[in-house]
Design a protein around this ligand. Structure first.
Ligand SMILES: [Zn+2]
Length: 363
């Protein structure tokens, strides 16, 4: 039952999404990636579906696939919502438009990468490229260790990374890995040198569908951090009022990225910037990253590293490539009904809470 909303490939996810959107007579748009194709030569597209009145005072935005291969989770939740008549009617009755943006990074979704056609991590790409880019010195040190010559990493490699953590601390390791870097285009968490196609596409959509509203809520679906099946509600905005509102709507387990309990770090260059800039006229903006746990963090990091190793070793044995690709996919989309069920249940609750939040006054 749960499985029907989830896909095994990007192409299937896209077809499911478009079919469900058409069933609801949503307004749809296809934004086709101009430079890349999918594994079967198929189109790579960021699709959107809008349900509701065009002049609804509030809008609820759900995005999937910001990090490519993480898209199975958000896509499944979007398709589930399009099949959830009661929830859509509740939004409609509350004067809320629902905007679903499917596969923000369709290249990574289709090919099984976190990053896009230029190995750009979208959540490190939303920054002012006219200004000097930050230097991630820990990443510089880690880069040759993270993508070693041979795979899997041998005992020397493991010992060298352990030595780094011993010398610099666990936080330096997490920041080196996750803060983003602009020095190694073939590396991990690379932020790019210019706004990516997905960046520009998202900005265009948010400006047209968001900027005329009174209130906007955006839930961005991610996977890979935290306990298996648990949706961590990560708050990325900076304002106290926004934080209090998010906790009033979604509960006391909304965790700020600056909180030591958060499973991520405070990253610059995330897609939140597009919201703040393109919807600057909206009096109330609320953003939540919904981060779904999959496998232990070490395995997630290993999957990300293996993906970059594979990018350098096109001639690797087909059996090894297939096994590494499968492990990477499983690190961001556990193919189990208990995981899908947990994800869908928490997503529905968060969407319902957002609808309640948007339909009641705040302060
Ligand atoms: Zn992510």
């Amino acid at each position: 039952m749960f499985k029907a909303f989830f896909a095994d490939t990007y192409a299937e996810a896209r077809a499911n999404f478009i079919a469900a959107a058409n069933q609801n007579q949503c307004v749809t748009e296809a934004h086709v990636n101009p430079v890349a194709l999918g594994p079967d030569g198929d189109v790579l597209s960021t699709d959107l579906a809008y349900c509701g009145l065009s002049d609804a005072h509030s809008v609820l935005v759900l995005t999937s696939g910001t990090h490519g291969a993480e898209g199975y989770c958000g896509s499944g939740c979007q398709v589930a919502l399009l099949n959830d008549r009661a929830l859509l009617e509740k939004a409609h009755a509350s004067g809320i438009g629902v905007l679903l943006i499917h596969a923000l990074n369709p290249y990574g979704f289709a090919w099984g990468h976190r990053t896009n056609e230029d190995n750009v991590d979208l959540n490190r790409n939303f920054r002012d490229f006219d200004r000097p880019l930050p230097d991630n010195r820990h990443y510089r040190t880690l880069h040759p260790l993270l993508i070693p010559d041979s795979w899997p990493p041998g005992p020397d490699n493991v010992a060298a990374i352990d030595a780094f953590i011993e010398a610099e601390g666990g936080q330096a390791y997490r920041e080196g890995m996750m803060l983003g870097q602009y020095s190694h285009p073939d590396g991990l968490f690379y932020g790019g040198r210019q706004p990516s196609w997905s960046n520009r596409t998202l900005r265009d959509i948010l400006a047209r569908y968001g900027n005329s509203r009174n209130r906007l809520v955006w839930i961005d679906y991610h996977t890979g951090l935290g306990p298996y099946g648990h949706a961590e509600k990560i708050f990325v905005q900076k304002g106290d009022v926004d934080y209090q509102r998010a906790r009033a709507w979604w509960g006391a387990d909304v965790v700020s990225v600056v909180d030591p309990d958060s499973s991520t770090v405070d990253i610059e260059g995330t897609a939140l910037r597009a919201l703040l800039e393109e919807c600057a006229q909206v009096p109330e903006l609320t953003f939540l990253a919904l981060e779904h746990g999959t496998v232990p963090m070490d395995e997630v990091f290993l999957a990300l590293r293996s993906d970059r190793w594979l990018a350098r070793h096109a001639a690797a044995a087909p059996g090894q490539v297939a096994a590494m690709k499968a492990a990477h996919k499983a690190a961001f989309y556990p193919d189990h009904d208990d995981w899908r069920g947990a994800v869908l249940g928490q997503s529905r609750t968060c969407v319902l809470q957002a609808i309640y939040g948007l339909s009641t006054s705040w302060r």
